[in-house]
Design a protein around this ligand. Structure first.
Ligand SMILES: NC(=O)c1ccc[n+]([C@@H]2O[C@H](COP(=O)([O-])OP(=O)(O)OC[C@H]3O[C@@H](n4cnc5c(N)ncnc54)[C@H](OP(=O)(O)O)[C@@H]3O)[C@@H](O)[C@H]2O)c1
Length: 157
């Protein structure tokens, strides 16, 4: 039954030949997006801050037959974002079809208790990083001839 369904899905459309960068793919919604895109045949690159967890996910995807690579990156750091796009450029021969800005963070405190550091970290990760990644990825998206950007947001953002 599942195989028949999978066959139908694959017959309807495919992402073979497409490349995607999904930020924060080791858990939650990002993990599901990586699996979906890779399941449709895309080559996927992902990142997170936890190297152990990232390597475990990559091994699991390899066993499932998915083409997923990744590297450690703290998206709140501009240097790390630049390095990430450098790695994606090498992995995908300078062409990117899909950028999914998924990773985000939340610090739960009462508004009056937020420190400036809390504010900076959240804004760097949730706002500055997706904006900067779009700028950095622009040449790759353009080079693919078919570039798409997806923002995952929240009522809390
Ligand atoms: N879950 C919900 O109910 C919900 C509802 C509405 C919207 N959303 C949105 O959906 C998106 C994903 O949420 P989620 O609940 O799936 O999150 P999650 O389970 O907490 O996973 C977040 C992912 O992003 C990575 N990440 C976080 N900060 C990072 C950083 N500075 N640099 C690199 N990677 C980082 C995490 O890995 P590391 O921590 O190891 O770095 C992890 O892989 C977010 O944009 C969120 O606002 C979620």
């Amino acid at each position: 039954m599942a195989e028949t369904e999978m066959g139908c899905r694959e017959q309807r459309w495919s992402l073979k030949g497409m490349t995607a960068l999904v930020t924060g793919g080791t858990r939650g919604i990002g993990f599901a997006i990586v699996e979906e895109l890779a399941g449709f045949g895309a080559r996927v690159y992902t990142c997170s801050r936890n190297e152990k967890e990232l390597n475990e996910r990559i091994k699991e995807w390899e066993i499932k037959g998915f083409n997923v690579r990744g590297s450690v990156c703290d998206l709140s750091s501009q240097d790390d974002r630049q390095k990430l796009i450098g790695s994606v450029t090498s992995a995908f021969e300078g062409k990117l079809n899909i950028l999914v800005n998924n990773a985000a963070t939340i610090t739960l405190r009462k508004s009056l208790d937020y420190t400036l550091e809390d504010y900076s970290f959240m804004m760097n990760t949730n706002f500055k990083s997706p904006y900067h990644l779009c700028q950095l990825a622009h040449p790759l998206l353009k080079a693919s001839g078919n570039g798409n950007i997806v923002f995952i947001s929240s009522v809390a953002d």
